[in-house]
Design a protein. Sequence first.
Length: 328
Amino acid sequence: MSELPPTKLPHAAAELFADNLPSAQPTPATPPITPAEGGWAAIIVLVTQNAVSAIALARGLPLGTALLLSFVVVVLVFGLTMRRTALALLRDVRWRTRPNIGVVLGSFALAFVASRALLLFVLSLWPAGAQTVPEFLSKGADVWVLLLVAGFLIPVAEEVAFRGLLMRGFEWARGPVFAALVSSLLFGLAHGAPAQVIAILPLAWFLARSVQYSGSLWTSISIHILNNALAVGLSAFLQGKDLSALGGDITGVRIPLTLGLASLLVGVAALVIGMLWLTPRTSPAPEVRFPRWPVWTLSTVVLGVLVLAAVALSSAPLIFKNLDFKGL
């Protein structure tokens, strides 16, 4: 099938053909995807997902079923409240471009090494941080539901919100570096638990850069699915296993500082390799951006407050050790 000439392509694809656009072509008044829309999309995913799943768990539903219900509600709320944004996402070339398998596998390997290595380094300095990492366990048939939702569906929802819309809106306003940094920071902090945030931040950076390099949102979706499916599957496999060979309660194991420093070097090396490799290639060209468009809108400010509140709540067990925070 022949390609349309650049002048007839949707404006969301202009970054791929910026050098061929005629100078007389009018510029839209607003970006195809705005930072404000990206912020509201992330808020919908975070608030709805956590609120619905918490209510479902309080009603006695198993974890996998609760998360599945929350995913369905997220899709319904997003479809009903953000129709224009959903249509803008569907028109974006990143949504319609196939994933790059080589980038998926390479980025996943580097992200896995970097996130685990940096986490090991931090835990060697701060062993108590392991106590804040939540456990996502289930049993029976619900294990398969949990694997489907946490391993496959939730990564799609989070990638649409954070890389497909939030980062894309920042790119149109401020360019790829700012967009990757801010969206990755907000995504990492949204996971709450300090130790989990440390592990997520390198992954978030690779997710952002893999999209900007490959030009496909499905690249980051695939990486995210690999990461979550591996984590949930491993947790299900280890559930009920005898871990005495690892020292019983592994959260109390003291990690030698020398091992932590070696892990830091490995993690930094993985990040450097990724940054040298995954340079932005498909972000909006400077001449078609909207530099005067506001970035710190109500939605992004609210999102920032929410993610900081999540970190504070997850850190509370370390500060108020005499209180029982189970179930929060």
